[in-house]
Design a protein around this ligand. Structure first.
Ligand code: ADP
Ligand code: GLC
Length: 477
């Protein structure tokens, strides 16, 4: 038994409720609370983007470096929604108009340096501690933005163990080798089994080769990453480290995503409120749908298979289905969604944008949530769907395959089905899945059994938090 709680420094570019562009932020924001019950105290280090600088005013300064890649860097410590947050204030890097990664004219040209600075501060804190004496036992880096943190730590000779978590291997932090010195990387480490990556550098690869342990956000994705189509160039690196790679499924915050707390509250044992939520959603989206009302809440990108929706809609609509879409992203996909709504008025309706409150109303009121991803490290929306009895129709990849029990004859006979999975990710398989959705929805007995199963499926953090804690425990044993 340890005398004090273990300490872990989480390094990431996003964290709910401070800043979110995707599921990474949800996970980074949920881990501290989930781990506290497991004997681990987590602090989250992230950049003080312009929108967060006011937040740090009045907080204690706990770390300073006069030249953090071209200007001063300061870390301010405070608490937000119960999370111990460390904001890295470096105005020359983060005090800019726009999002965390891009401004009005696209991605910031110096993103390699911006997130190397975050990683540098993370490694320095892990090595030397903060001015209040807090020093982590473990450094935990998330995605390419924090990839250099385990590397800086390792190259400085510090013996602090580190974990690198892959939330999405498609983003690799690639930058030209000419940046080697600017990024404060040791030139003798530039060779194929170390920092070199297709003639350049990748912050994610740097993290993968130097961290003590590697995790990703579902067991299936952990296995998929060793294959070229999913590893996306890093499959060899993953394979070489197979003994240190594990998949730990994300959870969702069931206090935030709670049907009991919805505008029209309902639960597995008292599902009546869901009908009211559905009616309200139809009114809000101007829809009149006799069959299953499907929803999509997603970044509109190639990863998410959004382009597969238009080809399957005509049949789905003709059989009584309807669709409400909330998302933003690729302008071409946004245009396709608008065209779809124009083609099927009263049956398909779209909101382009980002709207957290609306997404809650959609999960509450929908009958099914569609997630036709080409790859999906974990995915959170199918888990919200389960929890709200909004049955997931998902491609059988990554975390989608790990969380949904498909309604095949065996699962139906055993009474355990929670949704529909399909494979491969193409319009033919997706279309058949939607036909299956129509049929299952029409059978009220089966449908209510599936809703019941889905709403009882454990989607919280308990199991996964225990697995992270066990991983950390192993590193400091
Ligand atoms: P990814 O991180 O790849 O985008 P996830 O499923 O892990 O996919 O997480 C996406 C998160 O972002 C979920 O919390 C989802 O509800 C939310 N989200 C995505 N698009 C929107 C949107 N347009 N409005 C509100 N929430 C959104
Ligand atoms: C990434 C993945 C998504 C995952 C999220 C949180 O954004 O695309 O599948 O759920 O990270 O780990």
């Amino acid at each position: 038994m340890r005398l004090r709680m273990g300490r872990v420094l989480s390094v990431a570019s996003e964290c709910v409720p401070l800043l979110k562009t995707g599921g990474l932020a949800d996970v980074v924001g949920a881990l501290p609370g989930a781990l506290a019950g497991q004997g681990w105290e987590m602090r989250v280090l992230m950049p003080a983007y312009r929108s967060l600088r006011a937040q740090a005013a009045g907080w204690d300064e706990m770390w300073f470096e006069p030249d953090l890649f071209g200007g001063p860097g300061r870390v301010f410590a405070g608490t937000v929604a119960g999370i111990s947050v460390l904001l890295l204030d470096a105005p020359h890097l983060y005090d800019r108009e726009g999002g965390p990664y891009s401004g009005p004219h696209g991605d910031w040209h110096d993103n390699d340096i911006r997130f190397a600075a975050l990683s540098w501060a993370g490694a320095a804190i892990a090595r030397d501690g903060l001015s209040d004496g807090w020093r982590p036992d473990v450094l935990h880096a998330h995605d390419w933005q924090a990839g250099f943190a385990p590397a800086y730590l390792a190259y400085s000779g510090a013996d602090v163990p580190s974990v690198m978590t892959i939330h999405n291997i498609a983003f690799q932090g690639f930058t030209p080798v000419s940046q080697l010195y600017a990024l404060r990387l040791p030139p003798e480490q530039y060779y194929p089994d170390a920092l070199e990556y297709f003639g350049g550098l990748s912050s994610l690869k740097a993290g993968l080769i130097t961290a003590h342990k590697i995790t990703t956000v579902s067991p299936t994705y952990a296995g998929e990453l060793g294959r070229p189509v999913f590893g996306m160039g890093l499959q060899g690196v993953i394979a070489a480290r197979a003994a240190d790679v594990s998949g730990i499924l994300n959870g969702v915050d069931t206090d935030v995503w709670s049907p009991e707390a919805a505008e029209h509250p309902f639960s597995a044992n008292a599902p009546e409120g869901k009908a009211q939520a559905r009616a309200a959603l139809c009114a809000e989206f101007d829809l009149d749908v006799p069959g299953p009302l499907a929803i999509v809440v997603s970044r509109l990108t190639d990863q998410k298979g959004i382009d597969l929706i238009p080809p399957v809609m005509e049949k789905f609509i003709s059989e009584g289905g309807g669709l409400a879409i909330l998302g933003s992203g690729d302008p071409a996909l946004e245009a396709q969604m608008h065209q779809l709504a124009a083609r099927f008025p009263g049956r398909v309706s779209v909101r382009i944008g980002y709207d957290e409150a609306l997404s809650h109303r959609m999960f509450a009121g929908g009958d099914a949530v569609l997630v036709p991803s080409r790859f999906e490290p974990c995915g959170l929306t199918q888990m919200y769907g389960l929890h709200f009895g909004t049955l997931p129709v998902v491609a059988a990849v990554g975390g989608l395959a790990d969380t949904v029990i498909t309604a095949n004859p065996a699962a139906l006979a055993a009474g355990v089905a929670t949704g529909i999975t399909f494979h491969p990710t193409d319009a033919a398989a997706f279309g058949l899945a939607l036909q299956n959705l129509i049929a299952l929805h029409a059978d009220t007995k089966i449908w209510s059994q599936m809703m019941h199963n889905a709403m009882h499926h454990p989607v919280g953090w308990d199991n996964s938090a225990a697995r992270y804690a066990a991983l950390y425990d192993g590193l400091i044993a």
